[in-house]
Design a protein around this ligand. Sequence first.
Ligand code: UDX
Length: 440
Amino acid sequence: MNIAVVGTGYVGLVTGVALSEIGHHVTCIDIDIEKVKRMKQGKSPIYEPGLEDLMKANIERGRLDFTKCYEEAFAEAEVAYIAVGTPEKADGTADLRFIEVVAESIGRHVQRDTIVVTKSTVPVGTNDYVRQLVEKNLFENVNIDVVSNPEFLREGSAVHDTFHGDRIVIGANSQHAADTIEQINVPFGLPIYKTDIQSAEMIKYASNAFLATKISFVNEISNLCDKLGANIEDVTAGMGMDARIGNKFLNAGIGYGGSCFPKDTSALVQLAEQAGQPFELLRAVMNVNEKQKRLLVEKAKERFGSLQGKTVALLGLAFKPNTDDMREAASITIAQELILEGANVIGYDPIATENAKKVLPGAVAYADSPEEACKTADFAMILTEWDDIQAVSLEEYKAWLKEPVLFDGRNCYNPAEAAEKGIQYHSIGRQTTGTDLVLQ
Ligand code: UDX
């Protein structure tokens, strides 16, 4: 089919590239002409493993193109995907500004009966609003249908997730629209779940809110483990053996970040508020997450008394590995808190440094390797479990740091082994080890 995809952020670009890979003709639209030029040459504006190879292959096959111009994209399009951002407004609700502009533009440019598919995460009811906005500007005798087709991909494994996801959700109020979008997606070979539009919109929010809840729950349990002498990894291993709980998404850490969980949980809380059905549980999930981001700094303060004048190496700055995304990364809160405590901060990330410079406090210095960061520092904090950070040996930390004290926000090492190697090792929901080794 001929498909137009509006918006080339994480969701739009991956969607466009994946649809071209399974055989459709896709034109992606973006308002940024420089970005369009680069994408036409097969250069991805985001760091996403495997994406550029697929981009290049499908550009070569003549199935994938990029443009700034709606006329060009809609000359042949039978289906239009909306994949623009829905950022968080100051009041926590989803900002639909970009969706509105795109829906109106689509209305002005569709040449034939078209199915408009919303990929962006939007509050329940938005697809009806999209329909109204598109219909406002339509040519005579042109009809549109709207479909909600939420995206569940994870950054850093977006390409893999698109081809190996758990399900494709299609929300439509017309059989024809549901069947057409199903046909488009059949080549992915994934389970397809069809429902009405409102339910599809809710599936997306409910899924993200549930996953965020799972993380905050496990973080609370890990803090209790800390206090009561249990080991969070043994606890989650035992919990995860219950198929009703599942063994995924039970990693305790320094709180969730990224472009989805923080924004979508707060949008759902606001949506619930507006519906007169306050979502108390989700509010608690969000509060726990904020507290968890500060945990390592609290542990460091407890260990050192004062952090004044200490230099701290922050290893890993992106909100998770395999992405250059700094949105809502715990490193932002941690760097701010450390600086407030009078510490100096030197950060290292294999990929996200340029983006980090835009959002971390100006006082943060940057290193080109874990070694450089640690050799400058008194002690270190592991914030993101990148492979190259996990590859640092305990012996290296011992050799590099002025004080061999490690605060591991991602539980990368074995606590007993760390102590054996002469490290005082503070991790999440596990006993601190090596306390007798280090003199302050
Ligand atoms: C998430 C959802 O997984 C995805 O389905 C949705 O489409 C978008 O939001 P993403 O934000 O890319 O994807 O990353 P994810 O891998 O889910 O991690 C989110 C955050 O949770 C990260 O900060 C990660 O470190 C944290 N996390 C994840 C944990 O702390 N523990 C876990 O067990 C899992």
